[in-house]
Structure formats: C-alpha cells, structure tokens
Design a protein around this ligand. Structure first.
Ligand code: PLP
Length: 355
C-alpha cells in the first residue's frame, strides 16, 4: 500500500505520563483512507490529527453505518514496540462490516495501516509501567444521501491516544448491576459486531447503573433476560467450583481478543472452560452456596477487571470478599507480561512493529 505523509506545521507538547487517563490525549497524526464504489480503497495517507469536514447529509449521521476497533501498542523494557494479535482485530472488523453492509478492509491492509501509523508516532508510546498507546480504527459511511441503502463511499480513520495505567494502585474489583429491563443484543441482531449503534442503545442502562453506584452492567439475553451474556465493554467469566463459565460466541456476544486469550491460557493451566449458556439464577445460586469463587471482565482497555459484587433484582452477591481473586490476578499478570514483552510468548500473540 502506498501511504503519503502530510507534515504537521507544529507538533504538540506531550502530556505528563503519570496523568494520562484514558482517551483524553491524541497524537500528532492520524491515518485516513477513502473508499468509493468502483475504485475500492484509495488515497491512504498520514495527516495531522484534526477536524474532518463532512456534508450534513453524510449517511453515517442518519443511519449509523459505523464500526470500530480497539487495540494497543506496548513499549517493552528493551524498547521494542509490540501489538497484541492485531490480525484478530482486522478479522473482527471485516465481520462487523459484513453485517452492516459496509466496505471491508483486507486484513493485511488493516495491519499495515496500524503498524505504519504506530511506527510514525512511536515517540508517543509512553514509557511508564502499565501505560500504552491506545489505537482506535473506525470506518463510517460518507455518501451524501438521505435514504436508506448501503453507502457507496466510506472513510477509514485510525487515531492514537496515549493511555495511563488502568490500575495505578493495583488491580481493583468493580461493582456490577445485572440489567433486567434493557437489553443489548438479540439473535439475528448486531451483538457480535463492534459498532457505534450497539453502544448508543446501551447508554441508558449504563446511566441507570451509574446512578445506583455501579460501574458497569451485566447484560442478560435479549429474549428471556435469563442467560448471562457480557459486561458493558468487556466479556465476563466466572469461576464456580474451580471451573470457568463464559457465554459462547454465537451471535449476541462480542468475540473479544482478551476473552479468546484468557480461554487459551486457562485451558493451558488445566481448567475446564464452559463456553455455554448459563442462567443468572445458576450464578446467584452458586454465590449463595459459596461456590462463586471469582468473577472478572476481559477487554483490551483494562485487560482483566475483577468483579467484587453483583446486584440482581436487589439481591447482592459478594464475590471473594470484594478482593481480587488469585486466578484473576494470575491472568492479569500473565497477559500483561506477554503484552509488554516481559514473558515468553508461547502462543505467538505479539507482533513487533517494524520501524
Ligand atoms: C471491545 C468489546 C469487548 C472486548 O473485546 P477485546 O477484543 O477483548 O478488547 C467486549 N465486549 C464489547 C461489547 C466490546 O465492544
């Protein structure tokens, strides 16, 4: 792929590495590429990060053909730059786009675009322990038209944001509200895609949980509100009687890269992993009987998020005395050590950025 570079007139002052937060700062440049029917993807370019000008009739603003991805670049102690399984993000984005009838990006092109932009912006990858560069690729319909149909033109953009350590004071459990009114996804819908539309419809539940003092919601299935699916921006796993339970990937749950990696590690460590439907009643019963030993969310941003409390219709399940479980901590340590290039990468998950 030919990628032209447009120079910025002035570079930004980089933020303090110990006050980065998440998604607040953006680097000097972004990657942009256009798609037009008949022409395919064209005009790949790295240009200064800044506003884009669009027609108010751009189709994305009316019919929400938009998909996105999220991954990170990590700086290793010996100053190499690693990505974590970027080909999985590339593949997932193609699947999302297929479902939304949007132009797909070939996987090699996606990875090359990410790698080239990250190499260009490498000075922005922070050095402090636990920090990284968050990568946000997204695609949206740009065709100027009012009227529902698959758009004939799209933009693919990648922006980068240096992000802080998610757990500056060590891994900390969160409280989760089991949502029994709103739903996120149903069979035949878009639950398995990473699209903005899924999030737009989830905000109401998030707000409700927030007002009650909960960090995230646990979604139940969209038909019976009975089977456990996932947490706001994470997949979720439960350790019950020394076995692991998580919802299967069969249309409604997002196929997380972190989820897949955790399952591989857990199996390697000899755990039985049930990727199957199980009910919230099964979970609450296990909690009552003292068999719900650990619970954790999995996702790129936090890696592993221990769950210390569940609230289902007013019944509270406390998990592991609101402390991070042993297995939860081991998964967090193992995954982050691989991602930051500090441990052997048996599964060949890391991808070194050439520069
Ligand atoms: C992105 C996302 C996840 C986590 O996926 P990872 O690839 O592990 O980051 C889980 N659930 C939803 C709804 C998501 O959007």
């Amino acid at each position: 792929m030919k990628i032209r570079v447009e120079k910025a007139e002035q570079l930004k002052v980089k933020p303090d590495e110990d006050k980065l937060g998440f998604g607040k700062h953006f680097t000097d440049y972004m990657f942009v590429m256009d798609y037009d029917e008949g022409q395919g993807w064209h005009d790949a370019r790295i240009v200064p990060f800044g506003p884009i000008s669009m027609s108010p009739a751009s189709m994305v603003l009316h019919y929400a053909q938009e998909t996105f991805e999220g991954l990170k670049a990590y700086r290793t102690p010996d100053d190499r730059i690693l990505l974590f399984r970027p080909e999985m993000n590339a593949k997932r984005m193609r699947n999302s786009n297929k479902r939304l009838c949007m132009a797909e990006i070939p996987e090699e092109m996606f990875v090359e675009a990410v790698e080239t932009l990250v190499a260009h912006e490498k000075e922005w990858i922070p050095h402090l322990e636990g920090t990284s560069l968050y990568i946000r690729p997204f695609i949206f319909a740009t065709e100027v038209a009012v009227g529902v149909h698959p758009a004939i033109s799209y933009k693919f953009i990648i922006i980068l944001s240096p992000v802080g350590n998610y757990y500056p004071e060590g891994v900390n459990p969160i409280k989760i509200y089991v949502e029994d009114e709103y739903v996120r996804a149903t069979k035949g819908g878009t639950g398995f895609t990473k699209c903005g539309g899924n999030y737009a419809s989830s905000i109401a539940a998030q707000e409700k949980a927030g007002k009650l003092g909960y960090t995230q919601v646990l979604w139940l299935d969209g038909v019976e509100r009975k089977y456990v699916e996932e947490v706001g921006t994470m997949n979720v796993m439960f350790k019950i009687d020394n076995e692991i339970y998580t919802a299967p990937i069969d249309g409604t749950v997002l196929p997380g890269v972190t989820r897949d990696s955790c399952i591989a590690l857990l199996k390697e460590w000899g755990y039985k992993v049930h990727e199957e439907h199980f009910t919230i009643d099964f979970l609450m019963k296990a909690a009552r009987e003292g068999k719900l030993e650990e619970a954790f969310g999995t996702g790129t941003a936090a890696v592993i998020s221990p769950v210390g409390e569940l609230n289902y219709k007013g019944e509270i399940a406390m998990i592991n005395d609101f402390k991070t479980g042993e297995l939860t901590q081991k998964l967090y340590d193992t995954l982050t050590d691989i991602q930051w290039g500090k441990a052997e990468d048996k599964f060949n998950w890391t991808y070194e950025v050439k520069r």
